[in-house]
Design a protein around this ligand. Structure first.
Ligand SMILES: [Fe+2]
Length: 546
């Protein structure tokens, strides 16, 4: 991977299209494929226990469709096919991203007891008006059985982040058609809608967010993932969240490496925290940005009683609330202090703001050792587009690095580019060439910093025009205001530069390992032997294999 190209890939877009691909709000919606026709679907829930029934809600221009359900693990296993099921076009609420599509259920099927826990891909196929096939994909999770947990890993899929980034229907937690001028992001998103295109399956050449380009002097960074998304009809956010870009790579790798692994949703963690009981190791991976108070309670209690949590993920940023039995995820984000009812007579500790907002009083570091407000961007846009691709190693003697032969100052995972595109960090100081959390950092007692790279909250460069920037200093100003009360220039300087870390610490009778980077899974996807070895060291120790 060292022979990186010196020009950005080109997907055949005009400059105007390229600009719209990055700045524009485009999304999946009924009618988007015009004359050809469409088929769309969603399930009534994110996850099911064996024996439960899946209600599939389908809307299609075709009058019949076929279904195929495949378990997407270390190997692909088809578990169900049916043909000639009846379909019809169903009206969709305008603000379906927020309120749900409101379609009637079209078909039900049972999750058999013989279907192992994991992710199940639904593929629907029908005939388009031009005679060519039309298709859609969806995904549901089969929860583990309440028995058989010892020596097994439970992976908790980052479904909160999938929901926040889901572009289907027009609004997500980033941009959308909410508000009087139809130009605001959604403060609430619904589970009752299809996933954006590319959240369930992706072709192997779909770009990841971190740049794989060796940029000549004064290059203005581009955004290949969004350009590819626009050029190929995928979700603008496919590379930011979803099973296909993130969670799948860990799950498949673990099964192929011989680990016994189960899968649950974050909703399961929220509503049935006892799902963790009995597991030797619980794993969180990828882009994992949205959590509820209850989910954190579940993990904290599990670890304090002797559990092992391994997080290979980045961006532990926002508190959410779940409403309507989990069908609605609430996050006011940047507008929380102005709009969230939690600030007006509600319980401010449950405000849907950054975990480090002082009124919440529960920094992310208390659960996973790191804070998003001390980390964030690396390896794309105006945030270190030529930056470090791996984690700089500071404590090579740590058990997590056993058998790697890593040296102090080496970059772990540089070949596979595991560092970025959002990372979590901590306030630190250097003593004798090694980082330690500062007394004010809020780090749990006994936390060790094993590796640490640079990150930033603000895009900067004197030659970058505002229209060349993706988020400029907006995020930095927001974090400055959240942490310090106002978004002054002085406070912006306190948050401008930050870091991303690998840390390890005890908590109660248990232990936490945290490689705070979204892209850790790229090391498993690309079969980086160093990243595989460190991952296996963590899992083997936590499973009691060594
Ligand atoms: Fe994020």
């Amino acid at each position: 991977m060292h022979d990186t190209p010196s020009a950005f890939p080109d997907f055949g877009l005009t400059p105007e299209q390229r600009r719209f691909a990055v700045r524009g709000c485009y999304y999946e919606h009924p009618g988007m494929d015009g004359e050809r026709g469409e088929i769309w679907c969603y399930t009534d829930r994110l996850s099911y226990a064996p024996g439960e029934s899946v209600a599939l809600h389908v809307s299609s221009t075709a009058s019949s469709f076929g279904i195929e359900v495949t378990r997407d693990g270390g190997v692909e296993t088809q578990v169900l096919t049916r043909q000639n099921l009846a379909a019809r076009w169903q009206d969709t609420l305008d603000h379906c991203s927020v309120e749900g599509c409101g379609w009637q259920a079209s078909f039900e099927f049972r999750v058999e007891e013989s279907w192992p826990s994991g992710a199940y891909r639904i593929t629907l196929t029908a005939e388009g008006r031009d005679g060519d096939p039309i298709r859609c994909h969806h995904l549901f999770i089969v929860r583990p059985l309440p028995t058989r947990k010892q020596r097994r890993i439970l992976q908790v899929a980052a479904t909160g982040t999938w929901l926040a980034y889901n572009t289907w229907g027009g609004s997500n937690a980033y941009d959308g058609i909410t508000g009087p001028n139809r130009n605001e992001y959604a403060r609430m998103v619904s589970t009752q809608r299809p996933w954006g295109r590319g959240f369930v399956v992706l072709p192997p050449d779909a770009p990841r967010v971190p740049l794989e380009v060796s940029m000549p002097p004064k290059t203005v960074p581009r955004y290949p993932h969004m350009e590819w998304a626009f050029a190929t009809g995928h979700s603008k956010k496919y590379a930011s969240a979803g099973w296909a870009s993130y969670d799948s790579h860990f799950f498949r790798w673990a099964e192929r490496a011989g680990y016994a692994i189960d899968l649950a949703s974050q909703h399961d963690l929220h509503f049935t925290p006892e799902i963790l009981d009995g597991y030797d190791c619980v794993v969180f991976v990828g882009h994992d940005e949205y959590w509820t108070w209850e989910m954190r309670d579940a993990v904290d209690a599990y670890v304090e009683l002797g559990g092992h949590a391994a997080r290979f993920a980045g961006n532990f940023m926002w508190q959410t609330r779940l409403e309507d039995e989990g069908r609605r995820q609430v996050c006011y984000k940047y507008r929380a202090r102005a709009e969230d009812p939690a600030y007006r007579g509600g319980d401010a500790t449950r405000a849907t703001n950054s975990w480090e907002a002082p009124e919440i009083g529960r920094p992310g570091a208390l659960t996973f050792g790191l804070n998003s407000t001390k980390g964030v961007y690396a390896g794309w846009g105006g945030c270190a587009p030529r930056g470090m691709r791996g984690f700089p190693v500071y404590r090579p003697e740590h058990w997590a690095f056993a058998g790697t032969g890593l040296f102090y100052g080496d970059l772990l995972g540089a070949d596979s580019h595991v560092y970025g595109y959002e990372v979590d960090g901590l306030d630190y100081e250097i003593r004798n060439g090694r980082p330690y959390p500062t007394a004010a950092s809020g780090a749990p007692a006994g936390l060790e910093i094993l590796a640490m790279g640079m990150a930033s909250q603000v895009e900067e460069a004197d030659f970058l025009r505002p229209e060349d920037q993706f988020f400029g200093d907006e995020d930095g100003r927001f974090i400055a205001e959240t942490l310090y009360g106002d978004a002054s220039d002085e406070n912006l300087e306190k948050v401008r530069y930050s870091n991303g870390m690998i840390v390890n610490f005890p908590n109660g009778k248990g232990e936490v390992f945290h490689a705070g980077s979204c892209e850790w899974v790229a090391g498993l996807l690309r079969r980086d032997a160093m990243v595989e070895r460190v991952t296996a060291n963590v899992l083997d120790r936590y499973l009691g294999r060594k």
